[in-house]
Write a protein that binds this ligand. Sequence first.
Ligand code: ITT
Length: 200
Amino acid sequence: MKKIIFATGNQGKMVEIRSILSDLTVEILSMKEAGIEVDIEETGRTFEENAIIKARAIAAEVSGEDDVVVLADDSGLEVDYLNKEPGIYSARYLGEDTSYEVKNQNIIQRLEGVPKEQRGARFVCAIAAVFASGEIMVTRGTIEGYIGFKPAGVNGFGYDPIFYVDEYHCSTAELPSELKNKLSHRGKALRAMREHLTSR
Ligand code: ITT
């Protein structure tokens, strides 16, 4: 493997991915850097299905290139009190173009008056790999936490300001990036994938 192309258009994810895989001695390109622009419809019913759909769509654009692995991340926030919403619809929740200030405030409002014990939530991440041979592999990582009573922090992206971890009594947007990457759903799923990539 000489090159990884990451099938994501999300800059926040890309920053974390580069940091988590920084010890790999391979070139890591976002799909934009690889010159690929494709609008991918996420029609899957699970994080795993959507990650495979994204990785396959980009792999189709680079087919013929040996030594390239295409990876994709599908992730989201599951809130127990909201029957695991927004889940796979996390990016599309209240509309793709709605700001996270609004999305985060909306989730806090929907949990108004709900005590901490019932505010359980988790981030889930599925990472799919499509190899030049056509072989597919998927890993999953999760981090447990709860929805805070107010947004806090400026690190990370998306729902980080409202997702709190018990151990640190703060949101993942308040954690230094290295610590978030160590604990996070994405860190866990990507490190599991890295094992597969380096053992080949
Ligand atoms: P790509 O499909 O191009 O990768 P996307 O943003 O559409 O980008 P997803 O469909 O996987 O990606 O949606 C994931 C959403 O879940 C993301 O936009 C955030 O709102 C949320 N999310 C995932 N991981 C997160 C994290 O570490 N911190 C905060 N929010 C996260």
